[in-house]
Ligand binder design. Structure first.
Ligand code: NAG
Length: 149
């Protein structure tokens, strides 16, 4: 019987080994969907549920190169869903960004679900995802940290 954390670590490690990480994910909208007060409200909203999600990247040059992009999709008390993910040049102040999950392509798959029941806010996920992006602190590490917080 695998524990949640153990399974998560194994999956994350597999992804890390396989992936040299994408600098551009090909997702159309990496910008914040909200600004000002709406963004502040979103950041202060508690998270009910978080899903660890993976999206395969197309056009793989053999085994070398990025094979997947990961992020965390959160569900808020009002039922809306947001994708929190990280990538090079995704954001302005931080490379971890929040986007409306309605923009996600159908290629995204849920690997794991965790109930937070309001223990963390959206802001905690963004903070855990980290501001700086590099090979060692990439989307996989960021999304794993978000799930484990
Ligand atoms: C749900 O709450 C978020 C965060 O406050 C807000 O941005 C969003 O517009 C709300 N969605 C709906 C459908 O009410």
């Amino acid at each position: 019987m695998f524990s949640f954390n153990m399974l998560l670590s194994v999956l994350a490690l597999t992804l890390l080994v396989l992936s040299a990480e994408a600098s551009t994910g090909g997702t159309p909208n990496h910008n914040y969907d909200l600004s000002g007060q709406a963004l502040t409200d979103l950041y202060n909203t508690p998270v009910q549920k978080a899903e660890w999600m993976v999206r395969p990247l197309g056009n793989l040059p053999g085994i070398v190169g990025p094979v997947s992009h990961t992020g965390v999709r959160v569900t808020l008390p009002n039922g809306s869903k947001w994708l929190i993910h990280k990538g090079g040049n995704y954001g302005i102040d931080s490379q971890t960004v929040v986007t409306d999950a309605r923009h996600m392509s159908s290629a995204w798959r849920t690997m794991m679900t965790k109930d937070f029941n309001g223990r963390k806010r959206v802001a905690d996920f963004v903070k855990t995802g980290g501001a700086t992006y590099n090979l060692l602190f990439n989307c996989h590490v960021a999304s794993m940290r978000m799930m484990l917080q």
